[in-house]
Design a protein around this ligand. Sequence first.
Ligand code: NAP
Length: 476
Amino acid sequence: MTSGSSIPAPGCKPGNADQPLRVAIIGAGPAGFYAADHLLKRDDLNIEVDMFDRLPTPFGLVRHGVAPDHLKIKNVTKVFDRTAQNPKFRFFGNVTCGEHLTPADFRDYYHQIVYTVGAQTDRALGIDGEDLQGSHSATEFVAWYNGHPDYRDLKFDLSQPTVAIVGMGNVAVDVARILCRTVDELKETDIADYALQQLAQSKVKHVVMLGRRGPAQAAFSLPELKELGKMHDAQVRVLPEEAALDDLTKKHMVEKPDATAQKKVDQLQQVAAAPDAGKSRDLTIRFLVSPINITESDGRVAGVDIVHNELYETDNGTMRPRATEKTEHLDCGLIFRSVGYLGVPLEGVPFHDKWGVIPNEKGRVTSDESSKEPLVGEYCAGWIKRGPSGLIGTNKGCAIETVQCMLEDVKAGNLLQPEYPTADAAEHLIRQRQPVFFSYDHWRSLDEHELNLGKEAGRPRVKLTTVQSMLEVLGK
Ligand code: NAP
């Protein structure tokens, strides 16, 4: 098959009854579904959406990233489910872009391509000892306890009494909560069965979160902080001297009042003043400290050297941490870095290495970050567009911005000119390249099966965590 031309053809405007606008969305997470929804809502255009994911199941981080004890947040899948009911929507799971189909293939079969592949890896700390046994990324642990097929076989040494978590975002808080919750609490979640069994044997007693800045700059949100206080058998601790604001932050808070930051500080100061509650586990939130070296014993993590920081103000008014002379050592047998997710490049698609995103202008893919000239027919949305920040709902506005650019380009006839712009041709190619693909109907059957397993076990859901087990349930 010859390659489709990407030269724009003014006047060629698919989207009518005879020639639907064929759109491929790569990545079935929130950004992908919000983009699909916004496209399919257009009743003035005939649009068909094929959504692809390398996993057999849809929903991306809603299934494999959102904490298992945040079941209400996962209800957003009901909205995605409604989008998937549209007869012009198709899902092709277990199909990997770059393996089964390449970007060049998509250009041959679709008028527009949207990359919504998220941020699949994590940032490193760049300190000695980071590769020791017992040092992990939070993203791996999150994917493990959420039953991600690629991470289910990872091993975390939960026989260690003390665990350090570097970073102070909501992911760090999720990890801390999962380590601190009782088995009875975890049973009420959709945590992977194997993770539940291993966490039931956990010997972890002390969890220490290390934040490089102060309480007013903590990245976690207030509801997440408050939720920590509701854990059944774990006490949150903050050192009183670290809950107190430094002089620069005090001045800053007077000059530029920030009600949310103030509420977090108040809450943290209340925690610091609270008496001992005699719980089995504790979670200590430390401020103004950075890891500088992970120490080892017999080739595995034995502790972490920490330097105390002070804050300084940058020219743009941001408070940044700077190391002082003061250091300390924390004994711990397990350490998680939780300092942000990072996008990974797709072969054949431009990528900004440092930022870990696809360079773009409002969602139109550009050849590099300095170029304002968009590539014809290629778009992105979600974390691969703007970096790993924001809540699930943030992806809605992000996807809508991208779709608006797509619709403007349809109007202008600025589209790819695929050689095979039909649903049948695309399905034929997919069947050739990946016969074992999963449709949305397959997902509905798997979903029902998981919910039934959950009912039998007295849990909200028991996840299938291998592709093989999913195939067996489908009788494939
Ligand atoms: P994040 O919110 O960006 O937090 C990253 C943390 O890592 C910050 O505390 C940051 O400190 C710290 N950090 C970065 N580089 C560091 C270094 N070299 N040394 C020490 N600390 C370092 O990222 P995230 O926690 O991965 O969350 C990603 C996004 O998902 C966020 O928008 C988050 O709100 C969202 N999320 C939401 C929920 C929820 O709603 N419950 C749950 C999970 C995730 P600085 O602040 O000093 O840079």
